[in-house]
Design a protein. Sequence first.
Length: 117
Amino acid sequence: MSEEVCVWFNPGCSKCRGARDLLAGRGVDAQYLQYLDDAPSASDIRRVMGLLGIHDPRLMMRTNEAVYRDLGLADKQGEELVAAMVAHPILIERPIVIRGDRAVIARPPEKLLDLLD
């Protein structure tokens, strides 16, 4: 595989571990960004939104997290949601697998197979 694969990864997440195992089982050497420790910037989040083909940041957010409710994010839009993900990376849906100019939210992990074909 010529294009680098990057996974926005949380080692405590079973779906992330499933994606890692699926990639390893296919011999894919991926870079794992532990985004809870090294939060992506707003420009990183906007870039990945573009790769995912989405315009609404909420589509890559964990809306069931307590911080989502506590910050009143259901009433927010656009850049306010992006800023919330930067400040509280727990809000970012996981895992996000990026390859070249494409990305998927790998829930379930098998969704990442679309990037490998």
